[in-house]
Design a protein around this ligand. Sequence first.
Ligand SMILES: [Zn+2]
Length: 141
Amino acid sequence: MAKRVNPMAVKANATYDVFEAAQALKVTPATIRNWIKDGMEAMTSSKPHLILGSAIREYLHTRYAAARRPLGADQLYCPSCGKGQKPLERQVTQSAITAKTDILKGACSRCGGTATRMISHQQRQEFAATFHISAERNSEA
Ligand SMILES: [Zn+2]
């Protein structure tokens, strides 16, 4: 079930429908649909739904990173540090990446690199209590 797939099996610049993605990654189409439900970015306005290879890679990287090292409630994932870190001064920006998912971005308090965390819209309030969240495009609110 928790079989690990190779994100590099898809080309970053290619688009895939559910079946093509499943074939490339050697998983079932149902698995791909679950990933979309789980927040993987897909062009769901088109039929069949198309998924960008880069979105598949990003989703899998985030998923595996999260599985390896669970993030603390006040942490984002820093790829440079390879683990969860607190964002500098708890400042993060928030932008919607799908109809159900947001990405939080902040500066890693340890290395200064960009740290990110995917959250569902249901988690917005929870994280708003932890971080100082601003919208992606600088509105000094
Ligand atoms: Zn870092």
